[in-house]
Design a protein around this ligand. Structure first.
Ligand code: PEP
Ligand code: MG
Length: 889
């Protein structure tokens, strides 16, 4: 066949391509090409390009002109190479048809094996192989696969017939079914096709091939493929390639077999071949779990020569690709064939350990090692997981929508979840799908399991936002709300029964398993790896921490400062809340001053703990932010209470009058839009004594510590500044108190007063703010809220999931920084701020500080640090390194 190698060429024989051609040939095609080129034993075949798939769509799901002829010619060439005939009963050529996108998309389309079988070629195959049983087993498999994948008939319809047949024959496994029974089943299957697809099962092998290829193209826009792409951020316009490969058979006797293997252990990263092998079996048997496969090491005993040849090839491929490989192979009557090689998927722990090992083996450089580990995958290491010692059966599997494992009692609605949660029970909320009315139940649960919905469903998005494990779209879960019953993988499960969900893998287990909490310190291998990241990165990583314990954790995980200490959390604590309420409700200046004086020692103690834990490093303390009414009882509760008191004790009673006073004050303070009302620095300007108390507490703690030789570096941060006047007013006031305390205590403490940049206006007047602020910290939570005009708490629970589905938003802007809108405001603020002060220290402390893509963006902006929650510090350290090395944009 003529082989003019141009990108327009729709069909490439394996030896024509190479490993760099993933874009055109897909991952599988490029791997097969590279192996063929390297002289490894690969059965002959060809790849139809991703480009052709895109043309197919452009033409309204029609093959581009000339493609059918091209496929015909390629099949003729394949016949020549194999010495077999496609559709020839005397010596039939059979092929496999498999999809293969640029990025691996497991489960996008099932493989079709044994294509080319029909009533005649099946007879031919029986003669040729000397086994009727082999031939009819192969044919029934083909009819099943083709009918379910291409003709869209439920696979269960065929499985049911096999089960019934086994029952009739009194046998329990497929291998016990003989040739005659398979032959009869094939006839029954063909009837099923007639009944359900309203057509005959195609006997023309060319028609089979065309339908199969088109079905692979079609699968690119199947729901599961589209969902998978959306979740993994794979563009729609990549298309999938189709690989047509001549069949080799692993089920031709005991010297045949099939298997999958990883060149290292994908769970632990250990350097040893890891995989499974099934003697006398075809590829899908391994995946289908019909028989328990043997360990790959068992092959060494059975067929040592083949095993060593495989070991040798595995080593070569790993060295060639300089990465762990995931291999598929088949042995046909003692001869080894390689069917696939690709970079293997692995757990985060394995990824880090393999990267470390490969540097030690001089296979890759340190910088390459850093780019080999996805920063966000490190998240896995900081969630609870199922104890690996647990032995369990997976009841069913859904989408791994939010990482971590949770075990708890099944609650079938949000109210019961909330009730049980408040009783201290461990609960898993189990729903068909969730909606905003379920959010209270999600809060009360350890994890969420839904029968429907994808990775961007309400359950998934909200659970991720809450940091709770979630398995979504679990088809093996059926719920009957009328009778309040459910089944998991076909078995009944009652409300209150224990289950375990693993949001990292998507597995659901019908019992409560032992979980392992995330490590409290960095394991040594991770510490080493992250120390490499620290060498490479230029931007610092700080943490958001409100308590000394969080500060200690942050430091252990490598934080180089506290970028945000939210002081309102300190106001919420139980023994303090009544004093805070007293302070808010006081009618006179004196009464307020008295309440604040009572709060001062508590705050001083808080700051003392954090400053001490972070000695030698900066601690950014943000003055009080939220609206005051958040600390008060709700109007509804007060209305009920006053009514009750009036009825019970009368209008003149002191307790009724006091309650009424509180109610009036709460009503006075009521705001229509509290998020845009009396909060941030506006609160500190209306009630300057609150900020004065906080600043005093900071500096009393700092001076005391300094006196004891502790290196303290407090940074006072004013929230929500939008004008230079606000900045000047609050900044001057803070400095005044700080200086007073320093003078009183007679110790010098270095400090800075800066501002959060969390309003669009602040970005546009950042140069003026820089006159009064010594540092900036982007509060991108509020900056996103105010730029989009979305209320964060409401948006994530209501319309954002739908927006993601409709692609109105590519990402949730509260998780991944919106570069175009919010980002350009930030860029403006950085430019203006640094125009005033070249060395102005600028960081970010919104949630985005722990998101890899946002970290990369901040690196590009030239920020000095990102600050994120303690457990995300390792992620941000790696992301900052990857951004500096250019491997994360
Ligand atoms: C922010 O707005 O980004 C921020 C960190 O402040 P908060 O989330 O407390 O409003
Ligand atoms: Mg904010």
């Amino acid at each position: 066949m003529a082989t003019t190698a141009t990108a327009e060429k729709p069909i490439w024989f394996f030896e024509e391509g190479n490993g760099d051609m993933r874009e055109l040939l897909g991952g599988k095609g490029a791997g097969l090409a590279e192996m063929t080129r390297a002289g490894l034993p690969v059965p002959p075949g060809f790849t139809i390009t991703t480009q052709t798939c895109l043309q197919y769509y452009e033409l309204g799901r029609r093959n581009p002109p000339g493609l059918d002829d091209g496929i015909g010619a390629a099949m003729t060439e394949l016949e020549r190479r194999t010495g077999k005939g496609f559709g020839d009963p005397a010596n039939p050529l059979l092929v496999s048809v498999r999809s293969g996108a640029r990025a691996s998309m497991p489960g996008m389309m099932d493989t079709i094996l044994n294509l080319g079988l029909n009533d005649q070629t099946a007879e031919g195959l029986a003669k040729l192989s000397g086994s009727d049983r082999f031939a009819w087993d192969a044919y029934r498999r083909f009819v099943m696969m083709f009918s379910s994948v291409v003709l869209g008939i439920e696979k269960d319809l065929f499985e049911e017939q096999i089960t019934a047949r086994k029952k009739k024959l009194g046998v329990s496994t497929d291998p016990e079914i003989d040739a005659e029974n398979w032959r009869e089943l094939v006839a029954d299957f063909k009837q099923t096709v007639r009944d359900h697809a309203k057509r005959e099962f195609p006997q023309d092998v060319h028609e089979q091939l065309k339908l199969a290829i088109n079905s692979v193209f079609d699968s690119w826009f199947s729901k599961r493929a589209t969902d998978y792409r959306r979740y993994n951020k794979i563009p729609d316009n990549w298309g999938t390639a189709v690989n047509v490969c001549s069949m080799v058979f692993g089920n031709l006797g005991d010297d045949s077999g099939t298997g999958v293997a990883f060149t290292r252990d994908p769970n632990t990263g250990a350097k040893q071949l890891y995989g499974e092998y099934l003697r006398n079996a075809q590829g899908e048997d391994v995946v289908a779990g019909i028989r328990t496969p043997e360990k790959i090491a068992d092959l060494e005993r059975a067929q040592p020569e083949v095993y060593h040849q495989f070991l040798d090839i595995a080593g070569k491929l790993e060295r060639h690709y300089r990465d762990m490989q995931d291999l598929e192979f088949t042995i046909e009557r003692g001869k080894l064939y390689m069917l696939q090689t690709r970079n293997a998927k692995r757990t985060a722990e394995a990824a880090v350990r393999i990267a470390l090992d490969m540097v030690a083996e001089k296979l890759i450089t340190k910088n390459e090692a850093l780019s080999r580990v996805s920063a966000s995958s490190l998240d896995q290491l900081f969630h609870a997981r199922i104890d690996p010692k647990e032995k369990y059966e997976i009841a069913c599997t859904g989408l791994n929508a939010s990482p971590g494992a949770a075990a708890g009692q099944v609650a079938l609605d949000a109210d019961i979840a909330e009730k049980w949660g408040s009783e201290g029970k461990a609960v898993v909320l189990v729903r068909v799908e969730t909606n905003p009315n379920d959010v209270h139940g999600m809060f009360a649960s350890r994890g969420v399991l839904t029968a429907k919905g994808g990775a961007t469903s309400h359950a998934a998005v909200v659970a991720r936002g809450m940091g709770k494990p979630c398995v979504a779209g679990c088809e093996g879960l059926q719920i009957d709300m009328r009778n309040r019953t459910a089944t998991l993988g076909g078995k009944p499960i009652a409300e209150g029964d224990w289950i375990t969900i693993d949001g990292t893998t998507g597995d659901v287990i019908a019992s409560g398993l032992k979980l392992i909490d995330p490590p409290s310190t960095l394991p040594e291998w991770l510490a080493t790896f992250l120390s490499w990241a620290d060498e490479a990165r230029t931007m610092e990583v700080w943490a958001n921490a409100d308590t000394p314990q969080d500060a200690v954790k942050a430091r252990e995980l490598g934080a180089m400062g506290i970028g945000l200490c939210r002081t309102e959390h300190m106001f919420m604590q139980q023994e303090r809340l009544p004093i805070v309420q007293e302070m808010i409700l006081s009618d006179t200046h004196e009464a307020r001053a008295e309440a604040l004086a009572k709060l001062l020692p508590f705050q001083r103690e808080d700051f003392h703990g954090i400053l001490e834990a972070m000695q030698g490093l900066p601690v950014t303390i943000r003055l009080l932010d939220p609206p005051l009414h958040e600390f008060l009882p709700s109007q509804e509760t007060l209305l009920v209470e006053t009514t009750e008191l009036r009825l019970r004790e009368g209008e003149e009673s002191p307790s009724y009058r006091e309650k009424m006073r509180i109610l009036k004050r709460v009503q006075q303070m009521h705001e229509q839009n509290p998020m845009l009302g009396l909060r941030v620095c506006r609160l500190g300007i209306l009630y300057p004594e609150i900020y004065a108390m906080q600043v005093r507490a900071i500096f009393e703690a700092a001076c005391d510590l300094k006196k004891h030789g502790v290196d303290v570096r407090p940074e006072v941060m004013i929230p929500g500044v939008g004008t230079k006047e606000e900045m000047k007013f609050t900044g001057d006031a803070a400095r005044k108190v700080a200086e007073e305390v320093i003078a009183e205590r007679g110790v010098k403490v270095e400090y800075h007063v800066g501002t959060m940049i969390e309003l669009p206006r602040a970005c546009t007047v950042a140069d003026e703010l820089a006159d009064h602020a010594q540092f900036f910290s982007f509060g991108t939570n509020d900056l996103t809220q105010t730029t989009y005009g979305y209320s964060r708490d409401d948006a994530e629970a209501t319309f954002i999931p739908r927006y993601l589905e409709l692609k109105i938003l590519a990402d949730d802007p509260f998780q991944v920084l919106d570069r175009q809108g919010v980002g350009s405001l930030m860029q403006d603020a950085v430019r203006r701020g640094r125009e005033k002060h070249k060395e102005l220290k600028i960081g970010i402390c919104g949630e985005h500080g722990g998101d890899p893509s946002s970290v990369a963006f901040c690196h590009g902006l030239g920020l000095n640090y990102v600050s994120c929650s303690p457990y995300r510090v390792p992620i941000a350290r790696l992301a900052a390194a990857q951004a500096a090395l250019g491997s994360l944009k």
